[in-house]
Design a protein around this ligand. Structure first.
Ligand code: NAP
Length: 354
């Protein structure tokens, strides 16, 4: 149980990211001093939105350069911090050649690197790690024998590997490493936030988060002929940011917190988008038969194993711990999806159709 001094600076790693942007904004608006690490503080597209938020807030923003794989890079930004919020980790589902280099090394070695600095920084009392529901299951198929297909924080992903579902594997081994390192000492405690697929407006147009690329497919015609039958647990980005901050400051917060409002299929998301935007965008109207998608999946960057173990298998998440322990009152994710899509249109990331 840790009591964090709100006057002490708070370290947020990966501050340029989609999720971190909202965490930094909410911290600055509450008047905190944020030590924000980014890979390139001189890259305007990574930091301009953070600077804008800082200028309009009562908080103080200090930018630091830190790469996850640069050993010791987090030592200087961590000086004086009692709370460390570690969000930095690549979120890519397709489009990479070497899964180990693109995902697993930065997630695992990066977490180790950040926590080695935590061990060396006497002021730190609590670490909040952005994990994922990905650390609770590998394929939707894994939940087939669980009552209601509903997973909670007691579940761990035991089926992903660097060759199969490498993003999910990267989040699992990173969270496991964090728990292992935490248990070797008693000065700092660890709270993990395990969000589902995050939706809702971004503060940056620079992120390549799979949250954004997933939603872009509803506007660029990729799903025009139909959507695979795929369930995702969804949560609004502002709820995720609130959870990180509450988990950081609430002394009794502990363990893992699944963050998920509701599970929707891609067709459910399309229906919400059609109800809001009408039929001018190529939102899918039908489910692609699994066998058809299985045949063509390699052309879309998915393995046939992935299709077999994920399409058509419902998955749900028990969010009681986050509601009762952190007091999260979930936003309607259908609304989050629509707000996010509108923003992609406004930012030119989805072609406007009038
Ligand atoms: P994002 O916008 O792509 O943010 C990822 C962040 O990680 C970026 O700030 C990126 O920095 C940083 N990063 C990547 N590789 C790095 C490296 N080698 N060194 C330093 N920083 C590095 O994605 P996001 O959706 O916000 O994801 C943020 C966190 O939430 C991740 O831990 C992700 O696994 C987790 N999460 C996301 C979702 C979701 O649906 N979005 C769901 C569950 C969990 P650059 O700007 O320099 O690239």
């Amino acid at each position: 149980m840790s009591l964090i001094n709100p006057q002490a600076p708070i370290l947020v790693t990966g501050a340029s990211g989609y999720v971190a942007g909202w965490i930094v904004k909410k911290l600055l608006e509450a008047g905190h001093t944020v030590h924000a690490t980014v890979r390139d503080p001189n890259k305007a597209s990574s930091v301009a939105h953070l600077q804008k938020v800082a200028d309009a807030s009562t908080g103080t923003l200090k930018l630091f350069k830190a790469d996850l794989l640069d050993v010791g890079a987090f030592a200087e930004p961590m000086i004086g911090c009692e709370l460390v919020i570690h969000t930095a980790s690549p979120f890519l589902v397709t489009g990479f050649k070497d899964a180990n280099e693109a995902l697993v090394r930065p997630a695992l070695e990066g977490t180790r690197n950040v926590l080695q600095s935590v061990n060396a920084t006497d002021s730190v009392r609590r670490v909040v790690l952005t994990s994922s529901v990905a650390a609770t299951f590998g394929d939707n198929w894994d939940a087939r024998d669980v009552p209601g297909n509903r997973l909670d924080e007691t579940f761990w992903n035991t089926t992903s590997s660097v060759d199969h579902q490498p993003y999910l594997y990267s989040k699992t081994v990173a969270e496991q490493e964090a728990w292992a390192m935490q248990k070797t000492q008693s000065r700092w405690d660890l709270v993990c936030i395990n969000p589902g697929l995050v939706m809702g407006p971004a503060l940056t147009t620079n992120s390549i988060s799979a949250s954004i690329t997933t939603l872009q497919q509803f506007g660029d015609g990729t799903l025009a002929m139909g959507a695979p039958c795929m369930w995702n647990g969804l949560v609004d980005v502002r709820d995720v940011a609130d959870a990180h901050i509450i988990a950081g400051f609430k002394p009794e917060a502990n363990g893992r917190y699944i963050l998920c409002a509701e599970s929707l299929t891609l067709l459910d998301m399309a229906a919400a988008l059609r109800a809001h935007f009408g039929s001018k965008y190529p939102f899918p109207r039908m489910t692609v038969p699994k066998i058809l998608f299985w045949l063509v999946s390699p052309f879309y960057g998915y393995t046939r194993d992935f299709v077999w173990r994920n399409m058509g298998w419902p998955i749900h998440f028990n969010n009681a711990r986050s509601r009762e322990g952190l007091g999260i009152q979930y936003r309607d994710v259908r609304q989050s999806v629509c707000e996010h899509f509108q923003q992609l249109i406004d930012d030119g990331l989805v072609k406007r159709r009038d």
